[in-house]
Design a protein around this ligand. Sequence first.
Ligand SMILES: [Zn+2]
Length: 344
Amino acid sequence: MKIFETEENAQKRLGLYYIPVWEHTDETVVHAIRIFREKWHSYSDKSKRYNIIKLIKELIDPSVSEYLSRLPNHYLSFCPASIKNCNYSDLVKLRGFSYTADQIHFHLRNFVNHSSHTEQDMFFISTQDMLKSFFMYCEGNRPKNSKLAPDLYVNMERKTRICALCGNPTEFSSFIRSWKENGVIEGEENEDNEKSGKKKRPDFSQTYCLNHRPKLHDGSWNATYKQAKRSTKQFEQEVLRLRRQIAHPDRYNAKSGDNLVDEYFYHYLFDSSLDPTNVPELRNLARRMVDSRLTDNKKRILVLHKQGLSNREIGIKLGGLTGSVLTNQAISKALGTIRDEFIL
Ligand SMILES: [Zn+2]
């Protein structure tokens, strides 16, 4: 076995006999699947000597029981194979590959409904999902959309976590949502991915959304993350101001420490359809404010503009606050850079 071979190369080399292994899954199980996929081309469920179930018993069963023995007890009831009594090879022998894959899926579905999305939960989900895919490959079936009814997933929203840098669900929450809705990972099993060999389970961020994950899935740094990270403080400040103001839209409540800035938030949210429970929307709004560089000074300009002051008057008034008078042109230039959605 070629230990340092990439998954992409393994797929090219093994062709039809390739079985994917994913990142962030149990290494013992991964190792066993890697050995298995090197050997199984000469095995079948008909042959006595080269019996595929025997190969599962030799390679997969011990790795699974080793993996299960390392898990805390409360995971075990979400796994169809137990450490002592039932091995996957027995299950396959009795009921077949599809049944075994379905059982893993069924148990995992229950688990996902109970999961609090810790790193260890994620690890368990990925490993179980990889095993499910393994048995489907054994059957000769690529994993397909499951037949699970979407109404089983009513309690999903409650568990969605939000990106630290905006209002979107974290990548991991999106993964869980997609898993719950379809039983598969979005984009994971489609033709393009199969062709390009991108089979392995990506490392889903539990802190950031897809846009804001620190590194892209090809390993390079994400410029959007870096940019958003630099403005974290400002972002959080805007979130706080928006949340304060939306809680009391009838008065100045942003508590920015600056009357004109408070007045901006008051006017901006006065007719808003948002309410304090719209946290994702408010966070996305704050993100757009920061990304479009709607500074406090621009907010002041917008308020004074709304009060009917001319650009020259605005310049003088702001000069009184900041110490340097802004020209007519500077004011109209600043106004010109403001996104329509933020104009009062
Ligand atoms: Zn984000």
